[in-house]
Design a protein around this ligand. Structure first.
Ligand code: NAD
Ligand code: GLY
Length: 382
């Protein structure tokens, strides 16, 4: 995949010039709009399916920051704009909280044309998308991602889900939004730890698809961590372009799309093994990428310098690179047990996304003994 120019141009107002990345999926195609000042602009939402009502789904942290702006932007388009505010946290990506969205829809008498708006990070986005897929067998929805992670990954591509105590994102559906609105201004209120978590999913696109993008990230990681609008604009746009190309080629993960899960097999084990919310999703992915790259090296697919370089970029992004202990008595055994629940596993055999040379990914199994060595080596990493 070819790289895009170093930065988006700036408009005369000093703002980043808005960009649109299309997702091409036939009749399920939609645009990803990227820019500043988009969230509270009524124009952003022109052209969506007509309906009597909209339901904003958000959480207790995001609502005070952005719900009023979105509500006033939607007012010209819908006679009624309702809001449901969910509790905040990965631990609430579950059935009882999902049910609160259905409660709100039914209590407000929402019909099958009602448009749902997911206002928040990946947790709100994944749950709102799943609710939209299920309510009256499917209503339209729009993603308004307010975290960096959601803007570069979770809001795009139509994977929706809730967690199960035995496994991450185990219950869900493929269901595409009608529009994704990435307002870069919302990143300004994001805590630094959450911003770093988003960088993990940005870094991921380099080793799997575009080493020139990894070079750019390496040179701009401090600007990204500082919230520089130009740098964020480029990172969000290039990430969405890569994701759009992969999803456009393999919407339902028949094969290629699995490469977007680089670092996730180890990362999901960390998330569920430590208890949802202890490590952020992006932190699990950051450490998981180091572990998956180390496994790639031990299989002879990349060299040690590649792994060291990737680990250094991940650490500079403010992410953990050392594997946490998941069980005092049988640590590697617990890791393997958790990873067997991964959606890529087939017949109990874990399948890893590995780097098959810089900028190229492959999905394959590895011997348990080698995986145990990798867990031990990455646990020891300072
Ligand atoms: P999140 O949704 O928990 O948001 C992180 C935190 O930031 C939350 O406390 C949230 O309330 C807060 N927040 C959101 N926007 C804010 C803002 N602008 N200012 C201040 N605080 C803000 O986490 P996330 O990292 O956005 O998403 C992680 C989730 O996404 C995981 O559940 C993961 O499984 C999922 N995910 C899904 C996909 C997919 O393809 N569907 C891809 C990657 C991740
Ligand atoms: N985040 C992985 C995917 O969308 O496939």
């Amino acid at each position: 995949m070819s790289a895009s120019p170093a930065c988006l141009p700036t408009s005369p107002s000093g703002r980043v010039t808005p960009a649109t990345v299309p997702i091409s999926l036939g009749e399920r195609s939609y645009p990803i709009r990227i820019g500043q000042g988009l969230l509270a602009d009524p124009q952003t939402y022109a052209g969506l399916p007509r309906a009597a009502a909209a339901l904003i789904v958000t959480n207790a942290t995001v609502a005070p920051l952005y719900e009023a702006g979105l509500r006033q932007a939607l007012a010209p388009h819908y006679a009624k704009v309702h809001t449901v505010v969910l509790p905040d946290g990965e631990a609430y990506k579950d059935w009882p909280t999902l049910n609160r969205i259905f409660d709100a829809l039914l209590e407000q008498g929402c019909d099958r044309k009602t448009v749902l708006f997911a206002l928040g990070g990946g947790v709100v986005g994944d749950m709102t998308g799943f609710a939209a897929a299920c309510y009256m067998r499917g209503v339209p929805f729009v993603q308004v991602p307010t975290t960096l992670l959601a803007q570069v990954d979770s809001s795009v591509g139509g994977k929706t889900a809730i967690n199960h105590p035995l496994g991450k994102n185990m219950v869900g559906a493929f269901y595409q939004p009608r529009l994704v609105v990435c307002d870069l201004d919302s990143i300004a209120t994001l805590p630094p730890r959450e911003l770093s978590a988003g960088l993990a999913e940005i870094i991921k696109y380099g080793p799997i698809a575009d080493m020139a993008f990894l070079d750019w990230i390496e040179a701009n990681v401090e600007a990204l961590r500082a919230g520089d609008a130009q740098a964020l604009a480029h990172a969000v746009r290039r990430s969405c372009e890569i994701k759009a190309a992969v999803v456009g080629a393999d919407e339902r993960e028949g094969g290629l799309r699995a490469i977007l899960n680089f670092g996730h097999t180890f990362g999901h084990a960390i998330e569920s093994g430590l208890g949802y919310g202890a490590w952020l999703h992006g932190e699990g992915v950051g450490c998981g990428m180091v572990m998956a790259a180390t496994l790639s090296q031990r299989l002879g697919l990349v060299d040690a310098a590649f792994v060291a370089r990737l680990a250094a970029i991940i650490a500079r992004a403010g992410l953990p690179v050392a594997a946490p202990p998941l069980d005092a008595a049988d640590n590697a055994g617990r890791w393997l047990q958790l990873m067997r629940v991964d959606k890529k596993a087939e017949g109990g055999e874990i399948r890893f996304v590995l780097i098959d040379g810089p900028g190229r990914a492959t999905v394959r199994a590895a011997p348990d003994a080698l995986v145990r060595e990798v867990i031990a080596a990455c646990s020891a990493r300072a």
